[in-house]
Design a protein around this ligand. Sequence first.
Ligand code: TRP
Length: 334
Amino acid sequence: MIDGKKVLFSGMQATGNLTLGNYLGALKNWVNLCDDYECFYSVVDLHSITVRQDPSELRSRARKLLSLYIAAGLDPKKNCIYYQSHVSGHAELAWILNCFTYMGELNRMTQFKDKSSKHADNINAGLFTYPVLMAADILLYQTDVVPVGKDQLQHLELTRDIAERFNGVYGDVFTIPEPYLGKAGAKIMSLQEPEKKMSKSDENVNASIYLMDDPDTIMRKFKRAVTDSEASVQYNDTQKGIHNLIDIYCACKDVQPEDVVKEFDGKGYGDFKTAVGEAVVGVLKPLQDEYNRIIKEKDFLDSIIKENAEKAQYYSTKTLRKVQRKVGFPDRIR
Ligand code: TRP
């Protein structure tokens, strides 16, 4: 608890371009969470170097992501948006938690198996202990809830196991975090293979709408979106492509699928796709304008980066000192 509010933590990597799926499924829905939770959103650059990065590229992407979060409506005075590498406690707690995590547990992590097969030439120890760093991120702020996608649930489960193990030895040190089960955002699927989630790492650029796509690109990608031969805008499980387009339209326009089916009754897919494209442009254009404005506000961004790092440092140090004391490190002399 911070000031009577539960704590919410999420981390995101500044690698890859965020998609419409990331926005409608997550980001957009986070904007109001700060009314009910004390929110921390970390740009997790320590995690990023588990695979090789170009240094200047990583630095610039991190700043872009941070700006994008602000452009999307996360008020940086109410949400702690900060760089993980600016807060030393993440790495320090991760070391300690490494000593409370078993090799066998890490060996079972599916993301490690995936990533090590993708980067077979660089299976470094960081990639292996990545979930422990993630546990440290979460536990460092006495987090109550973590909004995560399905792919990260296994890591959250491990975080809980590590926290319970530690508490079992030393008493109630860590809050046990839960997955955040708020109002679910829209689940947006690939425009080319609508049975697959829209992903920032999809090799087919036509499968995803990137948040920075210009209007022409957006319209073109929707024109090419895979549909079916029913030629009727209906909301059901067999017309997966149309289902996805309806979901996107609903999320952009704040309407219900029934309304969309009525609105496009008797109209062809061409008209519908154009309408969906325009709805998406209507949402992304203001976001892009705001982003382009913020990214140029150097002093503003720098002050946010500094203030929020200090805030994160303050709360994380509280937990870290407690943990260091519990495991038996000598007190600091003041
Ligand atoms: N591992 C997460 C991902 O790849 C990012 C992440 C790092 C994270 N630390 C976190 C997510 C803490 C939630 C909480 O998407």
